[in-house]
Design a protein around this ligand. Sequence first.
Ligand SMILES: [Zn+2]
Length: 1876
Amino acid sequence: MASFSIGIESVSPSAPSFTTLRVAEPELTTANSLSASTTALPTPSYRLPGDLRPEHYTLEMKTFLDGENSRFEGRVLIKVNCEKDTSRVVLHSTDLLLNTDKVRVGDKEITGHEFDTQNEFYIIKLKEALKSGSKYVIEIPFEGNLTTSLKGYYRSSYQDKATGDKKWVATTQFEAIDARRAFPCFDEPAMKAVFQVNMIRRKGFTSISNMPLAKSVQLEDDWFRDEYVESVRMSTYLVAFVVSDFAHLESNPGNTTFRVWARQDAIEQARYSLEIGPKILDFFEEYFNVPYPLPKMDMIALPDFSAGAMENWGLVTYRETAMLYEEGVSDLNAKERVTSVVAHELAHQWFGNLVTMKWWDDIWLNEGFASYVQGLGTDHLIVLIIGYLVLRMLNYFLGEETFRRGVGRYLKTHKYGNAVQDALWASFEEQSRDDSARDSSRKEAPRDATVKEIMDSWTLQTGYPVIHVMRNYEAGTAELTQSRFVTDWLGRSSDDRESLWWVPISYTDPSNALLDMSTKPRFWMNTSNATLAGLPKKDQWLLLNVNATALYRINYDAENWDLLATALRTEKNHGGIPTLNRVQIIDDAFSLAKAGLLEYNLALNLLRYLRLEKEYFPWRAAFKNLEYLSRMTQRGGGFGPFRKFVRTLLTPVYNALDEPFKPSVAVDTIPQMKLRAKVLDWSCSYGVSDCEEKAVALFKTWQKQSEDPDVVNPIPVELRGLVYCKAVESGGEPAWDFVWKRFLGSNVAAEKSKLLSALGCAREMWLLHRFLDMSLNETSGIRKQDVTRVFDLVATSSRGFYIAKEFLFSRIKDIHSYVSPDFSQVGDYIEGVSRLMSTKNDLEQIKQFVELNSEYLNDAKYAVKQAKENVELNVQWHSRYYPTVIQWFSSFASKESSTSPDGRPHGTMGSIALVLVLFTASFACGQEIVSAASEPLSTSTAASVESDLSTANSLAASTTASPVAASNATSYRLPENLRPEHYTLEIKTFLEEDNFRFEGRTLIRVICAEDTSKVVLHSRGLNLTTDDVNVTDNATGHNLQIAGHEIDAENSFYIIHLSEELKSGHKYIIDIPYTGALTTNLAGFYRSSYKDKATGTTKWMGVTQFEPVDARRAFPCFDEPAMKAVFQVNMIRRKGFTSISNMPLAKSVQLEDDWFRDEYVESVRMSTYLVAFVVSDFAYLESTPGNTTFRVWARPDAIAQASYSLDIAPKVLDFFEDYFNVPYPLPKMDMIAVPDFSSGAMENWGLVTYRETAMLHEEGVSPASSKESVTRVVAHELAHQWFGNLVTMKWWDDIWLNEGFATYVAALGTSHAQPTWNSLEDQMTESLLTVFSVDSLQSSHSVSNNIKNANEIWQLFDAISYSKGAIILRMMNHFLGEGTFRRGVNRYLKAHQFNNAAQDALWACLEEQAQLDSAKDPENKSAAPGRATVKEIMDSWTLQTGYPVIHVMRNYEAGTAELTQNRFVTDWLGRSSDESLWWVPISYTDPKNALLDISTKPRFWMSTSNATLTDLPKEDQWLLLNVNATALYRINYDLKNWELLSTALRTEKNHGGIPGLNRAQLIDDALDLARAGLLEYSSALNLLRYLRQEREYLPWRAAFSNLAYFTRMTRRGAGFGPFRNFMRTLLTPIYEELDEPLRARTADDTLPQTKHRSQILSWSCTMGVSDCEARATALFKTWQEQSEDPDVVNPIPVDLRGVVYCAAVKSGGQPTWDFVWKRFLGSNVGAEKGKLLSALGCAKEMWLLHRYLDMSLNETTGIRKQDALSVFYSVARSSSGFYVAREFLFTRIKDIHAFFKPKFNRIGRFVGAICESMNTEYDLNQIKSFIDLNAEYLRDSKLQVKQALENVQLNAQWHSQHHKTVTEWLSSHANEQYFA
Ligand SMILES: [Zn+2]
């Protein structure tokens, strides 16, 4: 049997694992010796007992070919010879139904039947024993099914081209142990017998078998019996028969009749085999000197065949690609392949068939020999079997003649029998002796060992040797040592050190090389050491193993390696080093480097000579090794330099191709042709010159031609593989579909195979998903025989790897059952996916996978073991060599210029040339060994995590550190016995390289409310100078005695223990001097920096960020919001810097040297978290339009960008003074744009800090949307000056009051400042959509939330606080009415100003106001019927989690509707019994009212679970609740009302009068109700179709946020195709309506219009609508290619830059990426930088994404820490980036955690971003185990993580419940253009 891996074709081996001889084994520790030693053991139980031996079989098979019901009936008569008395007949039978009633054993009485399924035995028990020496006939009738298992007697099929009918074929595949699946037999190779076969078949079919037909008899009806001549004596595994309607060709050139069989449509393609078959057979007859023993030879090409071919005696079966060849369609590779496979199978007719191994442990004799002689027969050897190399070595040392005669001797001695390897050695030994005796001139090299001794050292030991050569250049000698070569040199076992081989040593040097190329060994080395003498002088190289005829590696000393490298590179003709040795040098150097025996630099250096190499074979060896490097680098940033290096190597040889894509001409040799194909393949993949462009253009000529592409194909056949691949890669779905159609249409197997390969090149992830799905379904058109191949194709590409891994891991069960019964194929999957695995995480994953799925891996144990080892080796490689190798590539690529040497590939290579290539191909394949001692990867990150704790509160000497465990729930809160009144804070700031720190002193005046001897306050990360701490009585000046200091790190407490008590009513001054570090952690007092454009220097600043709990990082304080006090701040700063703080500067005093003290006015009473100070060299702009002085601060380079804020802020402040009716309490307002800032902005009183993008705006560079966000953020922060600063929540659990209020009134403020923006509607829609989505999780939380510890505070700064807070305040505004609401708020602010309040205080004020207003004006609408108190209503919204859905069931007759309310949760089925009820303000309208009255006032309050509406419109009119979506509830209507609404939306003018906000809600409700299972998806999607008529911004926006969910759910599978098509139909009308899609905004465009255009374009480009992407990339190119400086002139309209950049980066590869990256570094505008940064995540090349994520954790790259999360989002949101991002998070969580210290809660967002897209059970398990394993890093993100996890659960639920329905619906509606 031939199991090949040739060229691009890789055929899976199908032999059972115990006979599998993988070529790569020898380097692995798991490898076995060639000849396994099972024979030495007692007969194992799985072997037949041996008491009966078969002599003769008569086998009759009746074949029923009826599609799925195909089956056979058979009867076998076996004449056996009894060699030992026995009362049991034991033979093999599997999966056959035996008719035991009719079983006969001679005339013996049968007492029972037994089946031993384990050993596949059928046992017949007899009453009396069979007698030794007697013969018996065993008769067994049986039947079986013809399955598609590709084993035993199975069925195959093909489609008849003419009729389109499916035709069926029955055929056999028995090796090694599947004859027993076709008929009961003694199924061991040594149980040889004679076979007489009768095939009963229907008319219209032909049968064939091993022997010629004797006669054919017609039976009843259409049935015939074909009787065959008796066979020679043979093994069961060589029996074969086929029933088919195939055609055949015949020829009789000599004694043997040759016939070739194939499908009728393909029979012409068999002509080549018919031509070469007889020639090859002739050659072998002569070579072996034994005639072919049968009168005929049939060869048949089968459509489904698991191996490459099978050597059944006289009837060889082939996979189509291995036998069929069509001139002009198949390429020369295919011709070569056919030739070598035919030769291999014909060689087996002697080696294997005539003489068979005794048992499978000597299978190598069959395979090795067949491979070896096949080479002789074809001139081109292609084998992957080590036995071949060993035999070849034998040939070399015995000499050709002796070898040949020895073989003949062996065959004659053992013909029709079986033999073990010793018999072969004996034949050679005898022959050698005879020949030497006869001919004294015979030149066999001197050897003092027998053939057996020598060969045993090669066949019984595992592996092969490496010879270490250490030259003594003075003495002209060299010491040789030998040991076993293993890649895992350190981890090799001691056995390996002791293995010794008989190594034939030959060598040469520069002077001999040109004269004497003798490959004869100069001596035999069988010891561990030897010495060579008489070697050349110092400057001349030494080369061992001339022409690489023997199987060993050589490791020279470094000097000799250098000499070789120089010879290769500089001298003519490579210094005379033969081609085969160049091959060996390349492969040795890399293998030795991998094993740690040679410096990688040296190996890489050697490779540089390739720029001069013109021959195929050295290139091939190089490609093989480069491929390994490519696998090891492509999942990281290292791929860039590597690719550059490869390009440099390839460019000269590429350029030397006169016309790269021309068809080959007759004079081209196969190696020339192959070199061209290979060089082009690599050149195109590595971006050399115009290679890819040319390939794609060539493909297009095919696609666009007018001829039928299935008939006419202009692409040269030998280049098709690579052209197809490149076209599919860049062509997306259309190219894929085109190739797929050709695949289905092609009739030529070799062509089909190329097309199939190309399909794996797709770049779009979903296409790969779909491809893999299709591979497990034969109806798709992919044959089962190709299943592992498809997987392999996908798994070995950098992006397919992730998909393949996921596919294998999540679908192992399906795969297992699909490949049944050849379960060993599961091993091929594992092997395929292991190749790119190189991280510890990969290793863990594969181990875990193997552990969890052992039941499916039983038949693949060996492959699994090897795969694990390979991954371990890759991991080892990565940690040991990756940095060196990448560094080398980087420096090489920057040095080497690409000079192009002339000359073209030349020279043919004889058969021998291939040997080493095989050698190299066989032994590397990326397979290596495990090191026990692998201890890689830096531990620095661990250290840096720890350091947070160790430096957290380092105290001076006198500390008594004893952390106190938190014992009760409130222990993290400060005791209330001391209250601060006044702080004097002095801070000296050092902003110098290597000296970023501050010195501080805090004096706190506290009032004692209760006697205590402890002062407990907050301090974190500060070095307190405890020796100088004082506690003084304010009145008396008495210094209290301090007993000790304590740090409670858990709660960030600093505790001063006093010897005397502080007395209630007294005031004390606490004086604490301290120092702190100015780090870049974005918390407390930290440092930020920017680069000065003019000088290029880095400028530093110090800035604060305290909310919520980081004031304690800047100064010791009572850091709780209710601990308000007055602050007097003094900032000591150097000359050249300015300081600012909350209050105006009082005075500035010069101190010594350059130092100044800036003293600030005392503040109003305020919370610690609002204190702020900044030291910087920033510039500012100032204006004082009213009572308040405004200043805006920014880097000097960016100060002009601050003028918009300066313009808008006073207007907004005015609005709020007016709205709240409370003046702004401070005399000034500073706003500063900080280059590094963790959130958007911070409302510090009087000194608001901003991220640059949130405050700076440059007209013409920043887009309109950025102007909007600046306005919003400014308004938000200014609103906080009242809500939050003036009145502060008592504790953080009411943070929503701050944030919700600021969010709500910011929208009012923005509307006021920019009336055309429609900001209120816009922002409320945004908030509503967010809340609808987030708050529908079971794991959501209530608005007002109990906090259990300080870590949880962070987590409340989420959508619930901001958005839900805002929404319910707006709802309140609507039900109370604007006037009452405003007056109530004013009442609240006045009552609690400079103080703290809880939410109840606000409700009370509003209730009082409402009652006052009602009393004053009875008409006041705030008293909607049935209203409860404000507190009752609002408690239902703030204290309960979630929001309601109102179910509406109309009674159309009665004009009524029943309403019910429940909490809406997406997980409707799994919802807990939630009996929450809300006070829901119900408003509603209908078609008639809609146009007149769209009052949002509630018509009544629903607080119960049921209610009834009456007086509703008639049957054909819709009902709509929640007018203008002012309240927070979803509505689920009855089906009819949904349809009425859908129709209204779609057909009527102006959408039937349904307001825009309601259209948005209807979309969102419908889709989310469907998701929760409360509405049919078909109804929801049906509603969505109206979008073709929708032109407004908000409804589209609602749609997009839902459609983004569909994108995430479908893009990891075949569903994305239909979804995308559906999106195209929705988007096309509106896209086409855009007059000029990419035009700039005009003065007439409103902000919503501008945003709308941008979102439509963004989706259109992503979904491939019309020419969107082409236009975008063209526009980008004008920027790239203009003559102006791109940092100055940018022709892309500002509002569309995000869309355009992303589209360009997506399609542009590294050059575009680098261009955008440069612009990012160069840009001075935050908004622009943000766009560029986000676009960089659009890249499609995986390594760019890997590199990008790596860069994000390293601030020196230019990416600020504040932006790391945006980078992650930008990567995670794309379909290919998702995989990269997930891996990044999973493997680098520790680094991420350390990087964000101390803002650990950021990590929750990383998890959230990934979980969004996870949607399978497998994902769920993965994320769960990730969370379990990394709990320590996720501690501060528990809530987010919980929500993220619930999202994955929901997604998985969705996927299993809805994915299919939705995809089907989408498929059926994808192409509709118009709606009825
Ligand atoms: Zn805020």
